[in-house]
Design a protein around this ligand. Structure first.
Ligand code: NAD
Length: 398
């Protein structure tokens, strides 16, 4: 079988995990990468074991050996690179958030829809087997009507005022920082697992570290605090903390807390859904356990075991029980779904049902935008602008 050719633009932190996932599939060839310069692309190509480095993304897009483009650039470049890739007729896998603004996200969604190619946004937390298990249980009514959806996404890598990232610069990261960067993952996950949509939000945002000491030269994605480079003071205007009340279209209520300055919390994403009959809780840092809560009988913990999972979730588990699967495996599951879709031509009716698309990326940006508007209005309830993708035909798994 002839391998599909992929190229990657933006070879930084997350890029290595895109390449790792693609390589684990076995039927995709990593053709080459493009960075901010030929020199940086060559250096990264050597580090990542990639055969070819292009002078820039335009040269990469012009290569007919590449059918699929992974866009892992900083947020402000997502629109430019993804649009150019779509116009070149490539399938596009963009990292999140889809774009820097809702207008750009809408433009990308419409361009992808019209291009007739596969379009994917890496909301990779969908790729965990027990996330799919939770989704299947809720869809089958095991929890009864949903009443409450709550959780958090907490990190601590921005706790030190000497930590800096392009994410904190609105020109490169977008108007939102913590919500756009990680709140976006939680909102996508909550909607995906419950099958319900967030229709209104009330948000309280805060910047706990309003001034940072950024490295004077251009910073890496997650500039550590130990480096000795010269520093400059930077005023931070975007939030590093957020508390948000939520209303869902099925009547459920909810809340989420998001923060990146919370000591001890590394990648602490938690989601709990309570229905009238039972509750479910899942934690990203202990992803092989799903807590199932009851009122009138003992609570249980479902430990990931392919034999015990719903058929819709089983294909996302690859190892027997007792052999933990984690972040990189979930990421690979999402990329596997993406390439399964690409293999079928990227037509709307062949999309694996768990796979997040540019439509989901656009929808997600509307939710985050509503949170920013709610806070700007002094903490008032803010409706989420309506966007209903035309109903898709029944999708497939894998
Ligand atoms: N899905 C996830 O869990 C996850 C995790 C981390 C990051 N991300 C997303 O991935 C994207 C990249 O984040 P990162 O942490 O890897 O950042 P990063 O800064 O480590 O990497 C960005 C890369 O883009 C390159 N770049 C800059 N300008 C470029 C240009 N003009 N052309 C080509 N390349 C250019 C940089 O040199 C760098 O190599 C962001 O959108 C971020 O939100 C997603």
């Amino acid at each position: 079988m002839k391998k599909l050719g992929m190229g990657l633009v933006g070879p930084g932190f997350i890029a290595a995990h895109h390449l790792d996932a693609v390589r684990r599939l076995g039927h995709v060839e990593v053709v080459g990468i493009a960075g901010s310069s030929l020199e940086s692309a060559r250096k990264r190509a050597r580090e990542l074991g990639v055969a070819h480095a292009y002078p820039g993304y335009r040269e990469l897009l012009a290569d007919p050996a590449i059918q699929v483009v992974h866009n892992t650039t900083p947020n402000h470049l997502h629109r430019e690179v993804s649009l150019a890739a779509l116009r070149a007729g490539k399938h596009v896998i963009s990292d999140k958030p889809l774009a820097s603004t809702t207008q750009e996200a809408r433009e990308l969604y419409e361009a992808a829809r019209d291009a007739g190619v596969a379009h994917v946004v890496t909301f990779n937390y969908r790729g965990y087997p027990l996330v799919q298990q939770a989704r299947a249980m809720i869809a089958k009514g095991k929890l009864g009507p949903t009443v409450f959806v709550h959780g958090c996404y907490l990190q601590d890598w921005l706790t030190d005022e000497r930590a800096y990232s392009w994410r904190l610069d609105p020109k490169r990261g977008g108007a939102s920082s913590a919500l756009g960067d990680i709140g976006s993952h939680w909102c996508d996950l909550a909607e995906h697992v419950t099958g319900a949509r967030i229709v209104a939000v009330l948000a309280d945002l805060h910047t706990a570290v309003p001034t940072r000491e950024a490295p004077a030269a251009s910073a890496k994605a997650f500039a550590g605090t130990g480096d000795k480079t010269a520093r400059r003071k930077v005023k931070i205007t975007s939030e590093d903390l957020a508390s948000v009340l939520l209303r869902f279209d099925n009547g459920a209520r909810g809340c989420v807390t998001v923060g990146q300055v919370l000591p001890g919390h590394k990648n602490d994403l938690r989601l709990e859904v309570s229905g009238r009959l039972a509750s479910l809780a899942w934690r990203q840092e202990q992803p092989n356990d799903l807590w199932i809560g009851h009122h009138a009988k003992a609570n249980t913990v479902l430990t990931r075991d392919p034999a015990l999972l719903d058929p819709a979730a089983r294909g996302y588990a690859h190892l027997p029980a007792g052999h933990p699967e984690a972040w990189a495996d979930a990421f690979r599951n999402l990329i596997a779904d993406a390439y399964a879709w690409i293999g079928r031509g990227g037509t709307p009716d062949t999309r694996p049902t768990a796979l997040p698309t540019f439509a989901d990326g656009y929808r997600n940006s509307l939710v985050i935008d509503a949170m920013l508007k709610s806070h700007a209005a002094g903490g008032a309830w803010q409706p989420v602008d309506d966007f209903l993708e035309p109903r898709r035909a029944k999708g497939k798994r894998g």
